[in-house]
Design a protein around this ligand. Structure first.
Ligand SMILES: *Cc1c(COP(=O)(O)O)cnc(C)c1O
Length: 229
């Protein structure tokens, strides 16, 4: 099933790119494997997927251990507690969910201890839903500027989780807003801040996100099926 699902997702990505006059090579598909067993990850690996997203540190580490021989790029996409940073700072390729200076400071400190530079995205709560993590649009530039002064961390772009909606078109304005914010910050040419990644779009709305400029889409259900937890 995973293979068929991946074929469909890739086709839809290609079509969305066509509509937006974009090159599909600009889009990285992150297979969100949270709660799913490593057997399904192996199926996606066999298909050629190399980027996987997890939202819990413990689960990510367990899966990494079980798939040690593979060259997987792991993405931490869930809320991250400062006391868990040390476990993942040198073995994930990107942390998508940085939403405070305190967390960024911890990441930089632990990265320095391990002798690595950690790539991160700043999570923005574009829709301003109270239940969501993420900084406000108006506070993002200030946070990015402060993070840019830390020695062992690089800001690669922005991430958002759009609201859960029946009609994906409703999220278009949020994706557009995040892209604009990304461009605004990029134009400031801040040291250590590249702003070339826009992580937005999930199973219900990744096509719209691509039309609005996403460079990474995070798809779970559409690849691995419904989650029970
Ligand atoms: C679970 C999750 C996803 C994937 O959601 P689906 O709707 O299953 O595609 C994407 N991003 C984040 C941050 C998630 O927690």
């Amino acid at each position: 099933m995973v293979k068929e699902n991946l074929e469909e997702v890739e086709q839809r990505i290609a079509k969305a790119c066509k509509r937006a006059d974009r090159n599909p090579k600009e889009i990285t598909l992150i297979a969100v494997s949270k709660t799913k067993p490593v057997e399904l990850i192996r199926e996606a690996l066999d298909y050629g997927i190399m980027n996987f997203g997890e939202n819990k540190v413990q689960e990510l580490m367990t899966k990494q251990e079980q798939l040690k021989e593979k060259e997987i790029q792991w993405h931490m996409i869930g809320h991250l507690q400062t006391n868990k940073v040390k476990y993942i700072v040198d073995n994930v390729s990107l942390i998508h969910s940085v939403d405070s200076l305190h967390l960024a400071e911890q990441i930089s400190k632990e990265a320095e201890k391990k002798g690595v530079i950690c790539n991160i995205l700043v999570e923005v709560n574009v829709s301003e839903e109270e239940t969501k993590f993420g900084v406000k649009v108006e506070e993002t530039l200030e946070l990015v500027t402060k993070i840019s002064k830390l020695s062992h961390i690089r800001v690669k772009g922005l991430m958002t989780i759009a609201p859960f909606v029946e009609n994906f078109e409703e999220n278009r304005l949020y994706f557009r807003k995040l892209r604009k914010l990304n461009l605004d910050i990029k134009s400031k040419n801040i040291d250590n801040v590249s702003m070339d990644i826009l992580s937005m779009g999930m199973t219900g709305d990744y096509e719209v996100a691509i039309e609005e400029g996403a460079t990474m889409v995070r798809v779970g259900t559409g690849i691995f099926g419904e989650r029970r937890l």
